[in-house]
Design a protein around this ligand. Structure first.
Ligand SMILES: [Mn+2]
Length: 410
């Protein structure tokens, strides 16, 4: 009997908040230690190992050190690109670590007998044959599925694993019905196990657990953490096999408790909402907890900015919370009127939105008023529109700030 671990969506390097970034890394290290303890034969990581294609070097160093330890214990690692660590020019950190021999990137596209198809990698220890298809940005790998001839994969004998990082129509949770997905029929047939990645909302296990999404190891954004707080367990699968899958189980990751505080500010003046939230905070024990604070609703008077959120956040931290993650995107106010404009083109609409918005605020600085203000806003918007094509996030951020300063003449 052999066994392997199936992970996906680790998103190492995610979160601006250093506490959350480190907890995410801890979850990965915990999972790798568990794989060593369980003596798995190999590990498959179905995409989004990193949160972007060139992750922060401190995070990278820690993850590489841990994966080296896994390899030194005789455990091979197989990976594909996710939608986050994908690189169009094949210069992602995934490629670097593949070149360095830390793990094997599977799913190379090859021309065999005039047909484009995918290669297999054979795991030496177990003989398992592993193939897969990397993700591209925005689900673009769909075209590749349509253009490939999978018959050689289907006809190959032995214990076969197919790794993928895409939403599959028949497997997606109901609440994701709006999401674009590829049909199950796109995956090659006759594989013993289909190791999925990309679906974060919840873990999915179908066909006796032989086609599955483990979900994220810890999470990469507010939504993931909110789902965890609501009871969704996070972790990875351990699958045992001989000629076929004989058992599979889910291993839950250990991490600090995540609690969700929800406040409905609807129909309340900003001052009253502030008081009530402060009272609410006083009643909860935050010791060693990750606190999610979600505020929603339409204030009857005052503005969201009248509420001192940084003070509320500090109150929670003073009560020994590990960290606080605020969500107040859905907090609005009656006083904030909606701006409605009509325009033929995107440019026209953008320009009119700025015109109307500027009329609504009192501005002392001549440079920011009226037409000047509109032009400045448009220039700033166009400077910010450049997409980050595969570069390092910190370089991109720096460039954006420089461009912004130049437009603002600062
Ligand atoms: Mn992901």
């Amino acid at each position: 009997m052999y066994k392997f671990a199936h992970l996906a969506d680790c998103h190492l390097g995610a979160f601006r908040d250093s506490v959350l970034r480190n907890l995410n890394l801890d979850a990965f290290n915990w999972a790798m230690d568990k794989c060593i303890e369980e003596r798995v034969d190999f590990i498959v990581i179905s995409g989004d190992l990193f949160d972007n294609n060139l992750p922060d070097t401190a995070v990278l160093n820690s993850a590489v050190r841990k994966m080296k330890q896994v390899r030194d214990n005789g455990i091979e690692i197989y990976a594909i690109y996710g939608s986050h660590d994908y690189s169009i020019s094949k210069t992602s950190m995934i490629d670097v670590l593949n070149s360095a021999g830390l793990f094997t990137k599977v799913g190379n596209v090859r021309e065999i007998d005039n047909k484009r198809t995918l290669e297999f990698v054979v795991d030496k220890k177990t003989g398992a044959k592993i193939s897969g298809l990397s993700a591209q940005k925005k689900g673009m790998e769909k075209n590749l599925y349509e253009s490939l001839d999978m018959s050689n994969l289907e006809n190959e004998d032995g214990f076969k694993i197919f790794m993928f990082h895409s939403t599959i129509e028949e497997l997606k949770p109901n609440s994701l019905s709006f999401l674009e997905a590829i049909p199950l029929s796109y995956l090659p047939k006759n594989f013993a196990y289909y190791a999925g990645g990309h679906v974060h909302l919840k873990r999915v296990e179908k066909r006796n657990g032989t086609i599955a999404y483990p979900g994220p190891l810890f999470g990469y954004d507010y939504r993931d953490l909110e789902n965890s707080a609501r009871g969704e367990k996070r972790g990875f699968f351990i699958v045992e096999f001989n000629r076929s899958v004989s058992s599979h189980r889910f291993v839950e990751i250990e991490h600090p408790e995540i609690i969700l505080l929800e406040y409905d500010a609807n129909d309340k003046p900003a001052s009253k909402a502030s008081e009530e939230m402060e009272d609410m905070i006083k009643k909860v024990d935050f010791q060693n907890k990750i606190v999610l604070f979600k505020v929603e609703g339409e204030l009857s008077s005052g503005k969201p900015s009248d509420i001192d959120f940084s003070r509320l956040k500090n109150c929670i931290l003073e009560n020994n919370a590990l960290t606080v993650y605020m969500s107040r995107n859905n907090l609005t106010a009656k006083d904030l009127e909606e701006i409605k404009v009509v325009g033929e083109t995107k440019e026209e609409i953008e320009s009119r939105i700025f015109e109307e918005s500027i009329k609504k605020i009192k501005i002392e600085n001549e440079k920011l008023r009226g037409e000047n203000g509109v032009n400045l806003s448009l220039n700033l918007l166009s400077a910010m529109k450049e997409e980050n094509l595969g570069g390092k996030k910190t370089d991109y951020d720096k460039k954006m700030v420089e461009k912004g300063m130049k437009v603002l003449d600062l």
